[in-house]
Design a binder for this molecule. Structure first.
Ligand SMILES: [Zn+2]
Length: 446
């Protein structure tokens, strides 16, 4: 702050603090007034500084960025941008190309204001908020916390554009990679249905009574480590801050005739590679029983240990118990608890024997038995634990909720696939601790 402006802020402080007994000061009012005054002065100073600098007027003509023909200088034009300092009106040199009709402001490009009325600082805040809460809540938060006005619709537009940039950076491998941070690394795969607009499900088979679909499946890959030990049980638990996420509504299906892996398989490869998963001494893939998960794991990580996430397995047993004892919650719970203990202890044959005894009268029991038979190699929990492996991380179980559900599956939300994927990219980047890295990359980009 230059000497010239300091007295203005001084006066603002004196107006509040100097005029009444100190025990009766409304301190919040002081803070708000001084902050507003300081920001206002800073905004005027930046405006004056930039408006006095005419270096963006670089002669009568400059090459058109689109067609390289000469674009002519056509005066200075004002535009108001929403910035961290409040609204800022800047005069900028305008060049117009007659050959292709392109009009451009070199200064906008230089300041990172191209094609947006939000400054980079406000855009970054908008992305931070929209990664966590709805567009309307983001708009309100920006106003409350920073005094920055961004309408709900504009939050949506800007956050989705930012999400698309993040997705492109992720695809291009621009986010920081690491060596395996631990000897054992875990990779979890899961999917969850996202509510989408009706035109996004046309011709798709779903679970609605008429066979139509209301949701599309978002698929998630999460990578983490579990070197920590539970203080009481001594079992491996997820290392805090070690989980990174990547998700999108994408196909995981690839036919044997396809030379290319599916879009989701490519996403998994990128995230695994970025985290150093393929180079870890011991690799573990966790998932529920969905066949696409084990196809993908077998294809890309043939040496990895495959484990059906214990949470998912127990969920299946609880579902069976409810089908067996629909009117007796207590009995259902007891039945499920005993089966879950057997599962924990590695007594799969005991679980199977009980399930088979119900198979004739209970479809769920028959299905669950088939599920365990199909996956029994992946459900040797006692043996896995003896090897010091994490079998019920909660990461896969909660991953879909954390990365997708909490932000994208709230009541009244209906997404376009493109919009959902952009916000999923934004949120995953944020949850994975990569948002600052993305901004460093974005700022350094030519
Ligand atoms: Zn042109």
């Amino acid at each position: 702050m230059s000497q010239r402006f300091a007295p203005d802020i001084r006066a603002e402080i004196d107006r509040f603090v100097g005029t009444c007994p100190h025990d009766r000061i409304d301190f919040e009012a002081v803070e708000t007034a001084v902050r507003r005054s300081a920001l206002h002065l800073a905004a005027r100073a930046v405006e004056q500084r930039l408006d006095a600098d005419l270096s963006d007027h670089c002669g009568p003509c400059r090459p058109c960025p689109d067609c390289r023909q000469p674009a002519r200088y056509a005066g200075r034009h004002p535009k108001t941008f929403e910035t961290v300092l409040g609204p800022l009106t800047l005069q900028r040199a305008y060049y117009h190309c007659r050959a292709c009709g392109h009009g451009g402001y070199p200064r906008d490009a230089a300041l990172g204001l191209l094609g947006s009325s939000l400054s980079p600082g406000v855009l970054r805040m908008t992305g931070s908020a929209a990664a966590l809460v709805s567009f309307a809540e983001s708009s309100a938060l920006l106003d409350q916390l920073a005094g920055v006005r961004v309408q709900t619709k504009q939050v949506e537009r800007c956050a989705e554009a930012l999400g698309r940039e993040i997705a492109a950076a992720e695809r291009a491998g621009a986010l920081p990679a690491e060596d395996p941070p631990a000897p054992t690394m875990y990779l979890g795969l899961d999917g969850t249905g996202l509510p989408v607009r009706s035109n996004e499900t046309l011709g798709r088979v779903g679970k609605q009574p008429d066979g139509s679909a209301k949701t599309r499946e978002a698929k998630l890959v999460v990578v983490w480590t579990a070197e920590s030990r539970h203080p009481r049980t001594g079992r491996p638990t997820r290392d805090l801050g070690s989980a990174s996420y990547s998700a999108a509504i994408e196909s995981a299906a690839s036919r044997d005739t396809d030379p290319e892996p599916s879009p989701f398989a490519r996403r998994v490869r990128r995230e695994a590679e970025r985290r150093g998963f393929p180079r870890a001494e011991r690799r573990v893939v966790l998932g529920d029983g969905a066949p696409w998960i084990w196809n993908l794991a077998a294809m890309d990580y043939p040496g990895a240990i495959q484990i059906v996430d214990l949470f998912h397995a127990k969920q299946h047993l609880h579902d069976v118990s409810k089908a067996l004892y629909p009117d007796d919650a207590e009995r259902a719970r007891l039945w499920a608890d005993v089966r879950c203990d057997e599962l924990d202890d590695g007594c799969l044959n005991d679980v199977l024997a009980v399930l088979r005894s119900h198979a004739d009268d209970c479809e769920q029991a028959a299905q669950c038995a088939a599920y365990i038979e199909r996956n029994c190699e992946r459900m040797q929990y006692a043996a896995f634990r003896a090897q010091g492996l994490c079998v019920a991380s909660g990461v896969v179980e909660s991953g879909c909720k954390t990365a997708i559900g909490t932000r994208l599956k709230r009541s009244g939300m209906h997404w376009t696939v493109q919009g959902a994927n952009a916000i999923a990219a934004l949120r995953c980047c944020n949850l994975s601790g990569l948002y600052e890295d993305f901004w460093a990359y974005r700022t350094a980009r030519p």
